[in-house]
Every structure is written in C-alpha cells, then in structure tokens.
Design a protein around this ligand. Structure first.
Ligand code: NAP
Length: 243
C-alpha cells in the first residue's frame, strides 16, 4: 500500500520508537500529528501536547488533530512506560497507577476517541512488548499492562471484524531508548547497563516493522510482529558480550 498523502497520529512522539516512526512516516510523505507531554521535542508536521492519562487532554488532542488532518488513516498507539524493577512486594500504588493509566487506559481511550475519525483502509498499530507475551521477574505492573494491551487488541479485532480497518501489534524486546531512564527514574548508569553487550534493537528497527505492516496490500493484516536482539530469548534471558 502506498502511504503518500495519508495522515497519521502518533502518541509518544517525543522520544524513542515514536520519534523514529514519525520520521519514517514523514519520509514516506505521510502528514503526521505527533503527541506527547514534552511537545517541544516532537518533530512532526503538527506537534500537539498530549497526556494520554488525562481524558480532557486526549479529547482536545484528537479534536485538534482531526480538525487539522481532516481524518485519520493511521493511529500509532505508542506512548508507554515502565516504572521500577523490583519484586512485587516492593511495588507501590503510585507506580502501578501510572503504568496502568498510561499503557492501558491511555491506549483504550485514544483508540476510542480516534476510531470515529479513522477512514476506510485505516490502520491502528499498537506498541506491545515481549512483556505482554511472557512474564519476567520484577516487572509485574509493566507485564500486566502489556498483557492487557494484547487482550484489548484481540477484543478490538473481534469488534472491528468486517470493517476495513487493519490492526497490528509490534511486540519488541530490548530497544535502546529513554525507556530505561524513565523506568529507573533518572538513574542513567543503571539504564545504560540494561543495554550493555547485547546489541539492542534501535528505535528505527522497530519503526521499520511498523512501516512494513502499514505498506502491505489493503487486504493483508499483519496481526503481530515480534522483534528482539539475537542476544535475547525472553524478558528474563539475555547473553551479554564480554566487554
Ligand atoms: P521512550 O523513549 O521513553 O518514549 C516513550 C514515549 O511515551 C515518550 O514520547 C513519552 O513522551 C511518551 N509518554 C509517556 N507517558 C505519556 C503520557 N502520559 N502521555 C503522552 N505520552 C506519554 O520509550 P520507548 O522505548 O520509545 O517506548 C515507546 C513504547 O515502546 C512504549 O509503549 C513501551 O512500552 C514500548 N516498548 C519499549 C521497549 C524498549 O525496550 N524500549 C520494548 C518494548 C516495548 P513524554 O514523556 O514527552 O510525554
């Protein structure tokens, strides 16, 4: 499918996978509205402030995006985060709420608000994770949130069956972005150690997967793509290069 002239909405466009996907979409001549809280970092055709945890922010964002774009061909539900890496008995109300409100409520809300504006032959892409396919230790709220995204997508596929809207989930393993800096609450050294000696996936390599799904013929739905560095078998197991 040719993407030239289409419109896209990308959440979490200020960093990492979202920013890389905005870049690649624009290179394919898609007109992109990018949203994030740090709107000053969003390099889209139209950058709008968005907090997916806030219903009013999401409604204002979608209204303005639709007013500017006329309609939506592509929605990339990408905004998300993890907080902390600890056994569940060390978890707390605040981290759990933020992870679930962002990764689950935010994704459902943005999908619900955008759906009436998604045109025929539209495509909704979800940023999942291998954490949503297989649990790993010390990440319960993130694992729960990404399993929830997968459940939501499966249910949405049932509801949209028969309508000309494609749905894809990209489930990634370790991708070097600001994800771990956020997870470890600004501890850059610990964040860096996550990616040491494993040749992590790059944000552009995930964006490549998104672009692959988007550019298949209109009748071809790529349901799920799973992408990991060769040095990783699961969320729990990596083999690091001696450095
Ligand atoms: P990142 O570099 O930290 O980017 C996260 C993006 O989400 C930022 O643009 C951030 O923007 C946005 N975001 C967070 N909370 C938000 C909120 N309340 N409202 C709006 N935007 C919000 O991390 P990333 O790796 O690119 O993560 C993108 C997605 O990939 C997430 O869903 C993550 O779970 C998933 N993922 C990441 C990995 C990995 O290893 N990195 C692996 C699998 C899946 P602001 O802070 O400016 O709002």
């Amino acid at each position: 499918m040719k993407l030239e002239g289409k419109t896209a909405v990308v959440t979490g466009a200020s960093s990492g996978i979202g920013a890389a996907t905005v870049r690649q979409l624009r290179e394919a001549r898609v007109c992109v509205v990018g949203g994030a809280r740090r709107v000053e970092r969003v390099e889209a055709d139209i950058a709008l402030v968005l907090d997916v945890t806030e219903p009013e922010s999401c409604a204002a964002f979608v209204n303005e995006a639709v007013a500017q774009l006329g309609g939506i061909d592509i929605l990339f539900n990408n905004a998300g985060l993890a907080l902390g890496r600890y056994p569940f008995w060390e978890s707390n109300e605040e981290d759990e709420a933020r992870v679930l409100h962002t990764n689950v409520d935010g994704v459902m809300r943005m999908t619900r608000l955008c759906l009436p504006h998604i045109r025929d032959e539209g495509h909704i892409v979800f940023m999942g994770s291998i954490a949503g396919r297989q649990a790993y230790p010390n990440g319960a709220s993130y694992v729960a949130s990404k399993f929830a995204v997968r459940g939501f997508v499966y249910a949405l596929r049932e509801d949209l069956l028969g309508r000309p809207i494609r749905i894809t989930t990209v489930d990634a393993g370790l991708v070097e972005t600001e994800f771990s800096i956020v997870r470890f609450k600004g501890d850059v050294e610990t964040a860096d150690s996550v990616y040491a000696g494993i040749d992590p996936i790059t944000p552009d390599e995930v964006a490549d997967c998104v672009m692959f799904a988007l550019t298949r013929p209109a009748h071809v739905n790529v349901d799920e793509l799973v992408i990991k560095t060769l040095r990783q078998s699961s969320g729990a197991r990596v083999v690091r290069r001696e450095e």
